[in-house]
Design a protein around this ligand. Sequence first.
Ligand SMILES: *[C@@H]1O[C@H](CO)[C@@H](O)[C@H](O)[C@H]1NC(C)=O
Ligand SMILES: *[C@@H]1O[C@H](CO)[C@@H](O)[C@H](O)[C@H]1NC(C)=O
Ligand SMILES: *[C@@H]1O[C@H](CO)[C@@H](O)[C@H](O)[C@H]1NC(C)=O
Ligand SMILES: *[C@@H]1O[C@H](CO)[C@@H](O)[C@H](O)[C@H]1NC(C)=O
Ligand SMILES: [Zn+2]
Length: 966
Amino acid sequence: MARWLLNSCVLLLLAVSSLQARLILPQSLDVDGIQLETKGAEALHYASVSPRVDDNSEGNYRLPNTTAPEAYDVELWTNVHSGLREFNGTVKIDLQVLEETKEIRLHYRQTWNFTAEIISRDLAQPVVIPLTFTNESTREFLTFTPEDTALSFAANTNWTLTINYTGILRTDMGGFYYSSYTDDDGTVHYLATTQFESTNARHAFPCYDEPARRATFNITIHHDSSYTAVSNMPVNETKSSSGVTAFQTTPKMSTYLIAFIVSDFESTTGELNGLRQRVFSRKGKQDQQEWALWSGLVVEASLAGYFGVPFALPKLDQAGIPDFSAGAMENWGLATYREQYMWWNKENSTINLKTSISNIIGHEYAHMWFGDLVSVKWWTYLWLKEGFATLFSYESNDIAFPEWDTYQIYHVQDYNSALLNDALTSAVPMTHYVQTPSEISNRYNTFSYAKPASVLYMFKNAWSDKVFRSGLNKYLTKNQFTSCDEWDLFASFQEAANENNLVLPTSVDNIFSSWSHQAGYPLVTVTRNYDTGAITLKQERYLADKDSGNSATWYTPINFATASNPDYRNTSASHYLLNVTETTITDVQVSSDGWLLINKQQAFYIRTLYDEQNYLLLADVLNSEPWLIHHRNRAQLLYDAYIFVTTSRLSHRILFNLLAYLKNEDAYAPWSNANTILTVFDRYLRGDDSYYNFRTFVQRQIEPVFDKIGVNEIPGEHYLNNYLRIITVSLSCQVGYVDCYTRSEKKLSEYLFNGVAIEPTLRTQAYCAGLRSPSAEIYSRVKSDLLSSTDATDRSLFITSLGCSGKADQLAEFLSLSLDTANGLSYSERTSLLNSAYSRSEDGLTASLLFLETNWEAYAKLSETVKPLDLALRGIATYVVSEKQKTRLNALVEEVKSKEPSYLADNLETVIDSRIQANFDWLDVHRDPTFTWIEDHLAEKGSGAMTMPLATILISALALLLSHLF
Ligand SMILES: *[C@@H]1O[C@H](CO)[C@@H](O)[C@H](O)[C@H]1NC(C)=O
Ligand SMILES: *[C@@H]1O[C@H](CO)[C@@H](O)[C@H](O)[C@H]1NC(C)=O
Ligand SMILES: *[C@@H]1O[C@H](CO)[C@@H](O)[C@H](O)[C@H]1NC(C)=O
Ligand SMILES: *[C@@H]1O[C@H](CO)[C@@H](O)[C@H](O)[C@H]1NC(C)=O
Ligand SMILES: [Zn+2]
């Protein structure tokens, strides 16, 4: 499946919303970016795994191996067109008995009224044997035994088991479920659809619901004649009639990949290389399906070409479902999506969404091979399908749309997210056994998606694309229509390596399993001997706590770029760290005054820590000739340095020496990482008397790229400039770059008053940036738009943007809207206004405190049940970074407590104290070294704008004055 924001990871408006989210809450970098496929609410926690044994013991959730399914006939009756949820069905299973047994055990979930019988397929004149059943709801076993208890099933016999049952379409978006949409006329249209991964096929029909129990399926659906049904396979025309749709027989496949949709959807059709593709969704949205269709055609062709294995089924469809829990689902031949991850049009949708849609399609289509054609033996190897799907979501897009440079997006999303999450002590290995449905759904996380994608990408580079691709071709060809574990994959890689004469230090089994069987990844520490030219590489597991010693080792591929050989094209491994903690390399030519860089293109899944002298050499080249360092290495040098500074492995001096090259930078990935770092510093330093120096430093860095790409899209520009501009506009305005204010205000004003359209991609930034220092006219226009808008998305945009203002009077006016219960805003909208202000800037925080000092009583009365004042005070505490604001917040809490303690929860003060203390702790470590470096740097550059601008001082003074008046 495709992950995404849903819970943690949802991405849709991916870049836009995540950048926005970072501005609002950059408390720590350890946020899981965005994942597309989550299963169930637990999916975000990395539950600790206790090792389990796969045996037949009492607690075992696995089906016995005594019988095996070969073919299913599934026949279903639904009247969903009229909104009815009841359905019934018959499933006939051809099965083989492998070991003598008295019972046949299947899975079921939330189905009833079973009647069953079985008949031999081996005898010429078989008799029907009636069956009785028992069911066990915890393990979801449905067990059939002959009514005649003397009978048992002999080994090597063949049978057809028939079960009749009834069910109810679910409303929780799992199994065979119920969904609906309302058309423009207000008419409600019902539909029935499916989502089976991981363990929900058993809800639509009793079955052997484990991925390795592959069988063929004939599906027949009875429905109203005004509706249509689609499934994995094309319609079997001869067996279908009005109100009955029968589908052709599938190849042997896993139950969780079956899908069917009964609806009145409309579709658009295309064809490429003889493969027909259709996109289905609710009526009236055909104009929005075009991008998914086009993208689907070229992405499928890219994948089939890369693997050298054609798509296995006669047709491929995609459908957008009104209610859908995951991001998307790779049902074989019928991928399903959330509607908003499928619909796109030029007028209203962002470039980021366009990229995301193709990326999600790349993910689901890659599953057509990895997961569908070759499935996993068990959920232990979930990464064997999700890792490939994640990697090929990028690779397929890189082939189909090479001008996108999509691996920069990979770098800042999945690669960064894997490195962050896999550094936690709670990280789990890619390969580990799970058994119960809830354990299985816990596996849909970074360690099954982003990490394996990063590890696979590493070996694609370390062994060369040629070997990797040939290995995949062998794996897919040899194992098609069967189920595999990781050793099957490794065997194919080994074969490809041998055929291509790739010399490896040990077997692929050893190399790869050192990555799949242990959590974490290496921190490679590089120490150069500047006299002899020798390089010592040390490896250990990278953990945030540098003193928690550990001796984990990997077979780690290594390669180098150097001052005398800055060539990044060949990313294969020139050396390996051989599962040892330390090694010395003497055969890399690097002069003592030349820089050394490990991990060309940042293709390997490691962090690298250099000695300080080498960092200074790298900083020099970044400042003078940045193009000598690959852009993804530039991105990672910054990020790693930042991570090392926050974990006390590296000095601030090095980090800022590196950051100071940004004035020469115009690529997306480095700026994306830089933005993450600078946004964190901005959030903590904004209350400081020396903040102005930080702003000056950042302004100097961002000015050149801002001046170059501006606030408007430029026809023909690099695709990723669309992404870059989102960052440069918001960051340069965040740090008060005047050009950003004026140009953004002009852009917004031309839209508001002259109807000049804003590009959808830039809408969020245009509003916030345009309202940083707006005229009264613009501000009140957006405010009145907020009050008159009927669109919740627009209102949310207006609310977050109005909080961007740095003007006290405007903020006061804005915040007062929260008290006006008659203004048409909902309660949750009204109570989001404060957050929009205090999270954005020191001015916003001051305005929020001022507002509550005056109005706390009225604010508290907005709700009797949820204590809005208490929540607001907690939220504010998160952003308090100065003694002055701390004093003020504490005084306010004291006042409320003395007058109306019931407005506050008991633990409020403890929470406030600990939040503020956390901020002060950060400042204790980072403030002085940061300002020392920046002040030296500014002095050196000969323009120490060391004082606050007069206006800022006046505003602060006024705020203080006002606060004292009340
Ligand atoms: C069934 O067979 C598979 C494959 O050999 C094995 O991994 C699994 O443990 C067996 N299941 C049971 C319940 O014995
Ligand atoms: C299901 O219900 C329909 C009537 O709605 C009936 O024709 C059909 O035989 C039933 N099937 C089973 C297996 O009970
Ligand atoms: C099927 O089972 C359900 C739930 O136990 C029950 O309410 C219903 O009456 C049964 N229907 C038939 C046709 O037996
Ligand atoms: C059952 O079917 C298998 C092939 O599906 C066949 O090899 C075997 O001989 C059959 N058993 C009997 C008893 O006919
Ligand atoms: Zn997936």
